[in-house]
Write a protein that binds this ligand. Structure first.
Ligand SMILES: *Cc1c(COP(=O)(O)O)cnc(C)c1O
Length: 493
């Protein structure tokens, strides 16, 4: 199977090359030239498999040049770092489930892909006979950074540099990154928001001087952001697996359709669900949940993507994003794989901050997607009500998802069973969750954790508690336009 760029589908590359490069040289994102289908016999086989085998089987559909055993070994290395089942489902009531994706080493769903990506990347380099060092550059809205650092720390032949918006992440997220250990890592705060961070990092990828300096030193850049196909691929797995688990437990009959509701920022997680649907998982609706930065809600309901709007800092910081990079892949499919049109829309987004899709495209997309948003008050109230009703503490991102799910059910009276994708442990955002549940505001994250434990009896991850006494090794905050300089310094230029 070949991979093509969303902005130029003439140039074909291998899956291994797409994963090693991260992004196409024309600025587009790599997609498989077709989406493989799961047949009835595939579902029957998958039902009998454990999570790592399912991962190997599904990823193998997109990477046929890799053996089942190679891919399973990657998955086993990744998911042995998880606390039990990597993607357990919790039944809330007759038609609502929570898919918990935060049992990995950094307690956010980014671990699902970022514990696996380093192993996949090494495998790809071996296949391609590449022995250059891989320099991972990552912009983070909070959770990707830590998950990527944990995934890549001390991995031979790689180095990683993470950039986060210095005032745009939660206290826990920041501490997780500034206390990072490992010999091949560095971390910088950036003055500005996530979009500034992401744009600056993207421009380093395209900077010919940086590319030259890398070459001289036998290095090459790659990305751990969800623009990298290697990030999306492991995320497809848990959608297929969740459906299979529910069928296996006779919560769904074979072929019964299900909704997934996904708290969305860069559009990576929900795009993985879209791939699962296109592969043949019986998904009815993908519910795209946004916070007050509701650019995606407007996109789906009005057919125009417009970033000329106020930017809000919210209690769900990993979704404080106006430029959702992965939407480019969906646009490519919505336009029936029209690379020229996709490139033109991305040009318009950069030049004018907006683009529109046709009415027909919008209608087609609304058959698959429902979009809604939750403002801060809605989210806080949802977390409070949910705890009262079900004794289950939601992190603020998952709170956004439940709030939008409630609106969906109210508007459509849908009777379809739904899984809400839960993307972080509440202990990553202890102050806001504590406040939402009890109305009690506590200025200290660690005291908040303990209070939250008293309320909920949900175990506190010991590494989060341990952050209190760890030395902060990376406290430097720089301007976005200094990123290029620090990257050059990082590789010794
Ligand atoms: C990254 C993140 C999201 C958003 O996921 P995208 O793939 O960027 O849409 C939601 N919740 C949490 C906790 C996250 O870390």
């Amino acid at each position: 199977m070949y991979y093509i760029s969303t902005r130029d589908k003439e140039k074909k590359v291998s899956g291994a090359f797409a994963i090693v490069s991260g992004i196409s040289e024309d600025g587009g994102l790599y997609v498989p030239e077709y989406i493989p289908k799961l047949e009835k016999k595939d579902f029957d086989r998958l039902l009998e498999m454990d999570y790592c085998e399912r991962a190997a089987f599904i990823m193998g559909k997109f990477l046929p040049e890799f053996s089942f055993d190679e891919l399973r070994a990657c998955a086993q290395k990744a998911y042995s770092r998880f606390d039990g089942d990597p993607a357990p489902l919790v039944k809330i009531d007759k038609k609502m489930y929570i898919l918990e994706l935060w049992h990995g080493p950094t307690h956010a769903f980014k671990d699902m892909a970022l514990t696996l990506l380093p192993h996949l990347l090494l495998l790809c380099k071996r296949k391609l006979g590449i022995d250059t060092e891989t320099v991972i550059l990552t912009a983070t809205s909070g959770d990707t950074g830590k998950a990527a650092l944990e995934g890549f720390k001390d991995v031979k032949g790689t180095r990683i540099c993470v950039f986060y918006p210095s005032e745009g992440v939660s206290n826990m997220q920041k501490l997780q990154m500034t206390t990072q250990e490992g010999d091949n890592v560095c971390v910088y705060g950036i003055k500005g928001n996530f979009d500034d961070c992401q744009s600056a990092v993207k421009s380093v990828f395209a900077d010919s001087e940086v590319i030259e300096e890398m070459k001289k030193r036998r290095c090459a850049m790659s990305s751990a952001n969800s623009i990298n196909w290697g990030r999306l691929l492991p995320q497809i797995v848990y959608y297929v697996s969740a459906y299979l688990d529910l069928v296996g437990e006779e919560q769904l009959f074979d072929g019964e359709r299900i909704n997934f509701c996904v708290p969305t920022g860069n559009f990576g997680n929900i795009l993985a669900a879209y791939y699962a649907r296109q592969m043949g998982v019986p998904i009815e609706k993908l519910i795209c949940a946004s916070n007050s930065n509701n650019v995606l809600t407007d996109f789906f309901t009005k057919g125009e993507y417009n970033i000329k709007r106020p930017f809000f800092k919210t209690i769900s910081p990993s979704m404080d994003i106006l430029i959702s990079s992965n939407l480019e892949r969906l646009l490519f499919y919505a336009s029936e794989m029209d690379d020229k049109l996709t490139a033109e829309r991305m040009r318009l987004l950069k030049a004018e901050g907006r683009y529109a899709i046709t009415e027909e495209e919008q209608k087609e997309l609304s058959r698959v997607f429902y979009a809604g948003f939750s403002d801060e008050d809605d989210t806080i109230e949802t977390i409070q009500d949910f705890f009262e009703d079900y004794n289950y503490p939601l992190d603020p991102h998952t709170g956004v998802a439940v709030s939008v799910y409630d609106k969906y059910v109210e508007q459509t009276d849908s009777k379809t069973k739904s899984a809400i994708v839960s993307t972080a442990s509440p202990y990553k955002f202890p102050q806001d969750v504590l406040f939402s549940i009890t109305g009690d505001f506590c200025g200290d994250s660690f005291r908040s954790m303990k209070k939250l434990y008293k309320e909920t009896a949900l175990e506190i991850p010991s590494d989060l508690l341990g952050l209190k006494s760890k030395p902060q090794l990376y406290r430097q905050v720089i301007q976005a336009d200094e990123i290029k300089g620090v990257v050059l310094k990082f590789i010794g230029a």
